[in-house]
Structure formats: structure tokens, C-alpha cells
Design a protein around this ligand. Structure first.
Ligand code: SF4
Length: 297
């Protein structure tokens, strides 16, 4: 089945033929990869000292105004490759010592991910596959990844749909993310680490605190804890970095998160009883942690 000829892979439901047209994700049916390299700045259970084998796909269906990776989300940077080459990329990262394969924003290439991982597994890929996503996913598409992906790393970006509408033109984001995370937990119901502490299976939900929006973050944390308890981990992130594109259009986002804002969210999570969460040192909110996207594949 050609999922790209009338593409409805994600909740945008563009219905376009990606061979000759473009939907919101801005990319064709041929896989385009912006960067594939060992990556050291994920949670410790993902990166470790060896690094995570990160594959950054070009294009994105969500397009948040504050995107930290804008040059790739618009599909401008990257190299088009075949399924066979993508499989080889995974195997090369494994040979370099990667702890896992970390597929970053692959929503719009799910069929290619299924094919390439299956092929790589047949050729000796034996490290976990981590699916690193905005959380804006359709359950039907996620079901294709059942048995392919070992661990999910979704964002839960917004609780308030008016924020989702303003910053991602996706008023349905909160409801979509809830259902998507539910499917991820169905597929990977418990977080399992190996004896070195690296994730082998499960779901870690990321929540990136935005300036002024502690109430939204707290609502997400409350929902996740009440719904999933200790069957998932959370990653509560302070690393928001204001990018040049929002300086004039969204001045309220043009600063880092304050220490007080972040501590208020962490204190709230602790008071709720959350004890399975990764938290960050605010020093990570520096642009230097955002990789540069050349054609390093
Ligand atoms: S994957 Fe791209 S083209 Fe397909 S529905 Fe989503 S945004 Fe539209």
C-alpha cells in the first residue's frame, strides 16, 4: 500500500500525493534525513556516554513557532536516501557504539521506518529503536510501529488547546496527544532498563516548560501521573531556548524559563508524588545543545 499517494499519515490529514505535491510536513515521499550521528544530549538512559544513534528526519507535521530545529522542520536541510541506505545508517550507528537508534520526528515517514528497521534487523541490528516524537500522531499510524519500536519518547506540549492553536496551529493537539500516548503505553506498558541503566522498552513523556506557562505544564504532569502512575517516566525540561524567529511575533516567548518557574513545576510534581522523572539543570538551555544540521549522514 502506498501511504504517500494520498497522505493521511498524521492528524493533519492533508490527503496529498507526496510524489508531486506537499502537505504540512513539506517533504516528498522519499526519505530525507538532516543528520545521523551519535547524540549526547538526550536523557541519561538514552544517551549514556556512548551516545544515542540519532536520525533526524527532515520536515515536520507540527511546525511549532518556537521550533528549536527550524532548519530541518521546514524540510530545507537534508539528503534524500533510499530505504536500503536508511537501514545502513542504523547499522553504521550501531557499529559506532550507539546505545540505540533514536528516530527523531519520523511521523511523516512511518512506512519507511517500518521497512528500514525490518531490513536492518535482518542484517544484524540488535539495539533498541526509540521513536522520538512531537506527540502529534494518529493511532492508526502508530499501530504500524507495534513490534518495530522498543521505546517511545513523545512530547506532551500543550494542555490548553488555545496554546496549541496559537503556537502550532493545532487546536486538537491535547486530545490527539492523549490518545497517541495511550497507544504508545499499550504497546510498551512498562519502562525497562538494562543492567547499565539504558532504556530497552517503555514510554518517557517529555514536557518542555514554556515561559509563562507553568500552569499548562502542571496540568499535563497531573494528567500523566493520574493516568499512568509509575508505568511511564516523565522528563520535565527547562531547556527552552528562544529562537530568533519569535523575537517580534511572539515576544512573550522571547526569554528563557526562569529558575522560579521551573522550580515551581518540579515542586508541584514532587508534591503530587511523581518520583519517576528526569529533571534538568537550567544550564542546558543554551543554543550550543542544539546540533547544527549540515548533511552529516
Ligand atoms: S504526513 Fe505530511 S502530508 Fe501526510 S498528513 Fe501529515 S503533514 Fe500531511
Amino acid at each position: 500500500m502506498n501511504f504517500y499517494s494520498k497522505c493521511n499519515l498524521c492528524p493533519r490529514n492533508c490527503g496529498v500525493n507526496r510524489d508531486n505535491s506537499r502537505g504540512v510536513c513539506q517533504v516528498s515521499s522519499t526519505v530525507k534525513v538532516a543528520r545521523a550521528a551519535l547524540h549526547y544530549w538526550e536523557e541519561p538512559c538514552i544517551s549514556g556516554e556512548n551516545g544515542s544513534g540519532a536520525v533526524f528526519f527532515s520536515g515536520c507535521p507540527l511546525h511549532c513557532v518556537f521550533c528549536q530545529n527550524e532548519e530541518i522542520s521546514h524540510g530545507l536541510v537534508g539528503k534524500e536516501i533510499t530505504i536500503e541506505q536508511l537501514s545502513q545508517v542504523y547499522l553504521d550507528l550501531q557499529a559506532k557504539g550507539a546505545n540505540n537508534i533514536n528516530l527523531v520526528t519520523g511521523t511523516h515517514y512511518i512506512p519507511a521506518i517500518v521497512e528500514s528497521v525490518t531490513r536492518a534487523r535482518a542484517h544484524g541490528l540488535n539495539i533498541p529503536i526509540i521513536y522520538n516524537t512531537s506527540g502529534y500522531e494518529k493511532v492508526e499510524s502508530l499501530k504500524m510501529l507495534d513490534g518495530i519500536v522498543n521505546a517511545y519518547l513523545p512530547d506532551f506540549k500543550y494542555w490548553d488547546s488555545s496554546l496549541a492553536k496559537t503556537y502550532s496551529k493545532a487546536a486538537d493537539y491535547p486530545e490527539v496527544a492523549k490518545v497517541a500516548i495511550d497507544e504508545m503505553v499499550r504497546q510498551c506498558p512498562q519502562v525497562i532498563f538494562d543492567d547499565r541503566g539504558f532504556i530497552q522498552s517503555g514510554v518517557i513523556v517529555r514536557q518542555l516548560l514554556l515561559p509563562r506557562h507553568t500552569r499548562d505544564s502542571k496540568a499535563i504532569i497531573k494528567y500523566l501521573f493520574e493516568t499512568y502512575g509509575n508505568s511511564i517516566y516523565m522528563s520535565i525540561m527547562s531547556q527552552y531556548t528562544p529562537m530568533p524567529q519569535i523575537k517580534d511575533t511572539y515576544p512573550e516567548l522571547n526569554r528563557r524559563v526562569t529558575k522560579r518557574e521551573y522550580e515551581s513545576v518540579i515542586d508541584y510534581a514532587i508534591a503530587l508524588g511523581v518520583d519517576q522523572a528526569f529533571i534538568q539543570d537550567r544550564k542546558v538551555a543554551k543554543e550550543s545543545f542544539i546540533p547544527s544540521f549540515g548533511n552529516e549522514i
